[in-house]
Design a binder for this molecule. Structure first.
Ligand code: SAH
Length: 220
Protein backbone atom coordinates (compact mmCIF):
# COMPACT_ATOMS: atom_id res chain seq x y z
CA UNK A 1 0.00 0.00 0.00
CA UNK A 2 1.31 3.43 -0.89
CA UNK A 3 2.31 5.58 2.01
CA UNK A 4 0.20 8.67 2.47
CA UNK A 5 2.25 11.84 2.45
CA UNK A 6 2.21 13.26 5.94
CA UNK A 7 3.17 16.56 7.41
CA UNK A 8 5.59 16.61 10.29
CA UNK A 9 4.41 18.39 13.38
CA UNK A 10 6.08 21.62 14.42
CA UNK A 11 7.77 19.70 17.24
CA UNK A 12 9.37 17.28 14.77
CA UNK A 13 10.45 20.08 12.46
CA UNK A 14 11.92 22.03 15.36
CA UNK A 15 13.78 18.98 16.69
CA UNK A 16 15.26 18.42 13.25
CA UNK A 17 16.32 22.07 13.00
CA UNK A 18 18.03 21.95 16.40
CA UNK A 19 19.90 18.78 15.38
CA UNK A 20 21.02 20.44 12.14
CA UNK A 21 22.32 23.48 14.04
CA UNK A 22 24.14 21.29 16.52
CA UNK A 23 25.82 19.28 13.77
CA UNK A 24 27.03 22.54 12.21
CA UNK A 25 28.69 23.70 15.42
CA UNK A 26 26.00 25.57 17.34
CA UNK A 27 26.44 23.57 20.52
CA UNK A 28 26.04 26.07 23.37
CA UNK A 29 23.05 24.73 25.36
CA UNK A 30 21.75 28.18 26.34
CA UNK A 31 21.81 29.33 22.70
CA UNK A 32 20.05 26.17 21.48
CA UNK A 33 17.54 26.55 24.31
CA UNK A 34 16.73 30.13 23.30
CA UNK A 35 16.23 29.05 19.68
CA UNK A 36 14.09 26.10 20.76
CA UNK A 37 11.75 28.31 22.81
CA UNK A 38 11.35 31.07 20.19
CA UNK A 39 8.41 30.32 17.85
CA UNK A 40 9.86 31.29 14.44
CA UNK A 41 6.44 31.11 12.65
CA UNK A 42 5.41 34.17 14.68
CA UNK A 43 8.15 36.14 12.89
CA UNK A 44 7.50 35.06 9.29
CA UNK A 45 4.92 36.23 6.76
CA UNK A 46 1.77 34.10 6.32
CA UNK A 47 2.98 32.84 2.95
CA UNK A 48 6.10 31.34 4.52
CA UNK A 49 4.75 29.99 7.83
CA UNK A 50 5.04 26.41 6.51
CA UNK A 51 8.74 26.98 5.99
CA UNK A 52 9.44 28.67 9.32
CA UNK A 53 11.36 25.66 10.68
CA UNK A 54 13.53 25.31 7.60
CA UNK A 55 17.13 26.33 8.03
CA UNK A 56 16.86 29.15 5.53
CA UNK A 57 16.47 32.91 5.41
CA UNK A 58 12.95 34.03 4.42
CA UNK A 59 11.52 37.29 3.07
CA UNK A 60 9.81 39.70 5.51
CA UNK A 61 8.13 43.05 4.79
CA UNK A 62 9.97 46.05 3.27
CA UNK A 63 12.18 43.81 1.09
CA UNK A 64 14.17 42.60 4.11
CA UNK A 65 14.84 39.06 5.42
CA UNK A 66 14.64 37.04 8.61
CA UNK A 67 18.04 35.39 8.95
CA UNK A 68 18.78 31.68 8.54
CA UNK A 69 18.49 29.93 11.96
CA UNK A 70 22.02 28.51 11.64
CA UNK A 71 23.44 32.02 11.16
CA UNK A 72 21.35 33.31 14.10
CA UNK A 73 22.74 30.47 16.24
CA UNK A 74 26.30 31.01 15.05
CA UNK A 75 26.20 34.79 15.63
CA UNK A 76 24.53 34.44 19.03
CA UNK A 77 27.08 31.87 20.15
CA UNK A 78 29.96 34.00 18.80
CA UNK A 79 28.71 37.00 20.80
CA UNK A 80 29.27 35.12 24.10
CA UNK A 81 26.32 36.80 25.81
CA UNK A 82 26.03 36.75 29.58
CA UNK A 83 22.81 37.04 31.62
CA UNK A 84 24.07 40.36 33.08
CA UNK A 85 24.83 41.96 29.69
CA UNK A 86 23.29 45.01 28.07
CA UNK A 87 23.21 44.26 24.35
CA UNK A 88 22.79 46.57 21.36
CA UNK A 89 21.33 45.05 18.19
CA UNK A 90 21.32 46.91 14.88
CA UNK A 91 18.64 45.78 12.38
CA UNK A 92 15.59 44.56 14.32
CA UNK A 93 13.91 43.22 11.17
CA UNK A 94 11.34 40.64 12.28
CA UNK A 95 12.58 40.71 15.89
CA UNK A 96 13.55 37.03 15.83
CA UNK A 97 17.21 37.58 16.69
CA UNK A 98 16.18 40.23 19.24
CA UNK A 99 13.96 37.72 21.04
CA UNK A 100 16.76 35.17 21.23
CA UNK A 101 19.17 37.79 22.60
CA UNK A 102 16.56 38.89 25.16
CA UNK A 103 16.47 35.37 26.61
CA UNK A 104 20.23 35.32 27.12
CA UNK A 105 20.91 38.84 28.43
CA UNK A 106 19.66 41.50 30.85
CA UNK A 107 18.55 44.15 28.36
CA UNK A 108 18.44 44.40 24.58
CA UNK A 109 18.41 47.78 22.80
CA UNK A 110 17.40 47.28 19.19
CA UNK A 111 17.35 49.78 16.29
CA UNK A 112 15.47 49.51 12.96
CA UNK A 113 15.27 52.00 10.04
CA UNK A 114 11.82 50.83 8.79
CA UNK A 115 8.95 52.05 10.96
CA UNK A 116 6.68 49.22 9.71
CA UNK A 117 9.16 46.53 10.70
CA UNK A 118 9.72 48.19 14.08
CA UNK A 119 5.98 48.29 14.83
CA UNK A 120 5.45 44.65 13.78
CA UNK A 121 8.41 43.55 15.89
CA UNK A 122 7.10 45.53 18.89
CA UNK A 123 3.77 43.70 18.55
CA UNK A 124 5.59 40.36 18.66
CA UNK A 125 7.61 41.36 21.73
CA UNK A 126 4.30 42.24 23.41
CA UNK A 127 2.72 38.93 22.36
CA UNK A 128 5.68 37.07 23.84
CA UNK A 129 5.61 39.15 27.02
CA UNK A 130 9.23 40.28 26.68
CA UNK A 131 10.02 42.97 29.24
CA UNK A 132 13.72 43.54 28.55
CA UNK A 133 13.66 44.83 24.96
CA UNK A 134 13.91 48.55 24.22
CA UNK A 135 13.22 49.58 20.63
CA UNK A 136 14.20 52.60 18.57
CA UNK A 137 13.23 53.68 15.08
CA UNK A 138 16.36 55.26 13.61
CA UNK A 139 19.69 54.84 11.90
CA UNK A 140 21.56 52.14 13.75
CA UNK A 141 24.81 52.98 12.02
CA UNK A 142 25.16 55.66 14.66
CA UNK A 143 24.52 53.16 17.45
CA UNK A 144 22.69 54.44 20.53
CA UNK A 145 25.08 56.95 22.13
CA UNK A 146 22.70 57.85 25.01
CA UNK A 147 22.72 54.23 26.22
CA UNK A 148 26.38 53.42 25.49
CA UNK A 149 28.62 51.71 26.42
CA UNK A 150 27.32 48.18 25.76
CA UNK A 151 28.71 44.80 26.81
CA UNK A 152 27.82 43.28 23.47
CA UNK A 153 26.82 44.59 20.03
CA UNK A 154 25.30 42.55 17.20
CA UNK A 155 24.83 43.97 13.73
CA UNK A 156 22.43 42.02 11.51
CA UNK A 157 22.92 44.05 8.32
CA UNK A 158 26.17 44.21 6.34
CA UNK A 159 28.46 47.15 7.13
CA UNK A 160 30.64 48.10 4.15
CA UNK A 161 33.61 48.76 6.40
CA UNK A 162 34.75 48.47 10.02
CA UNK A 163 31.84 49.90 12.08
CA UNK A 164 33.90 52.51 13.96
CA UNK A 165 30.96 54.38 15.54
CA UNK A 166 29.65 51.10 16.99
CA UNK A 167 33.04 49.87 18.18
CA UNK A 168 33.37 53.17 20.06
CA UNK A 169 30.18 52.26 22.00
CA UNK A 170 31.56 48.94 23.24
CA UNK A 171 32.78 48.51 26.82
CA UNK A 172 36.44 47.59 27.28
CA UNK A 173 36.65 43.85 26.75
CA UNK A 174 33.28 43.85 24.96
CA UNK A 175 32.36 41.85 21.87
CA UNK A 176 30.84 43.00 18.55
CA UNK A 177 29.70 40.60 15.82
CA UNK A 178 28.91 41.95 12.36
CA UNK A 179 28.92 41.00 8.67
CA UNK A 180 31.50 43.22 6.95
CA UNK A 181 31.77 43.78 3.22
CA UNK A 182 30.38 45.66 0.22
CA UNK A 183 29.36 42.79 -2.07
CA UNK A 184 26.58 40.15 -1.92
CA UNK A 185 28.83 37.91 0.21
CA UNK A 186 30.35 39.34 3.35
CA UNK A 187 32.73 38.19 6.04
CA UNK A 188 31.18 37.61 9.46
CA UNK A 189 33.62 39.22 11.91
CA UNK A 190 33.99 39.14 15.66
CA UNK A 191 35.72 42.09 17.35
CA UNK A 192 36.83 41.42 20.92
CA UNK A 193 38.10 44.38 22.93
CA UNK A 194 41.62 43.79 24.25
CA UNK A 195 41.04 46.19 27.17
CA UNK A 196 43.68 48.62 25.81
CA UNK A 197 41.56 50.31 23.18
CA UNK A 198 42.32 47.75 20.47
CA UNK A 199 40.47 44.73 19.14
CA UNK A 200 41.19 41.14 18.27
CA UNK A 201 39.43 40.57 14.93
CA UNK A 202 38.35 37.11 13.77
CA UNK A 203 36.69 36.15 10.47
CA UNK A 204 34.13 33.45 11.31
CA UNK A 205 32.52 32.53 8.00
CA UNK A 206 31.04 33.97 4.80
CA UNK A 207 27.47 35.27 5.02
CA UNK A 208 24.86 37.05 2.89
CA UNK A 209 23.09 39.93 4.62
CA UNK A 210 21.11 42.91 3.36
CA UNK A 211 23.21 46.08 3.55
CA UNK A 212 23.36 48.46 6.49
CA UNK A 213 21.95 51.64 4.93
CA UNK A 214 22.28 55.27 6.00
CA UNK A 215 19.37 57.19 7.50
CA UNK A 216 15.81 56.00 8.08
CA UNK A 217 13.73 54.43 5.29
CA UNK A 218 11.07 56.50 3.51
CA UNK A 219 7.80 54.57 3.50
CA UNK A 220 4.54 55.34 1.72
N1 SAH B 1 17.83 40.32 12.80
C1 SAH B 1 16.77 40.33 11.84
C2 SAH B 1 17.30 40.32 10.43
C3 SAH B 1 17.04 41.60 9.85
S1 SAH B 1 17.58 41.93 8.20
C4 SAH B 1 15.79 39.20 12.08
O1 SAH B 1 16.06 38.36 12.92
O2 SAH B 1 14.71 39.21 11.46
C5 SAH B 1 18.44 43.43 8.50
C6 SAH B 1 17.63 44.58 9.02
O3 SAH B 1 18.53 45.67 9.20
C7 SAH B 1 16.55 45.08 8.07
O4 SAH B 1 15.32 45.09 8.71
C8 SAH B 1 17.01 46.49 7.71
O5 SAH B 1 15.94 47.39 7.52
C9 SAH B 1 17.84 46.86 8.92
N2 SAH B 1 18.79 47.94 8.72
C10 SAH B 1 19.60 48.17 7.66
N3 SAH B 1 20.33 49.28 7.86
C11 SAH B 1 19.98 49.77 9.08
C12 SAH B 1 20.36 50.90 9.84
N4 SAH B 1 21.28 51.78 9.41
N5 SAH B 1 19.78 51.10 11.03
C13 SAH B 1 18.84 50.22 11.51
N6 SAH B 1 18.43 49.14 10.83
C14 SAH B 1 19.00 48.91 9.63
Amino acid sequence: MAKLPHKDTHETQLARLILALRSQGVTEPAVLGAIETTPRPLFTQDLFKDRAFEDSALPIACGQTISQPFIVGLMTQALRVDKRDRVLEIGTGSGYQTTILSKLSRLVYTVERYRTLMRDAEERFKTLGLTNVITRFGDGGEGWPEQAPFDRIMVTAAASDEPKALLAQLKPGGVLVAPIGKGPVQSLRRYTGDGKGGFVIEALTDVRFVPLLDGVAKEL
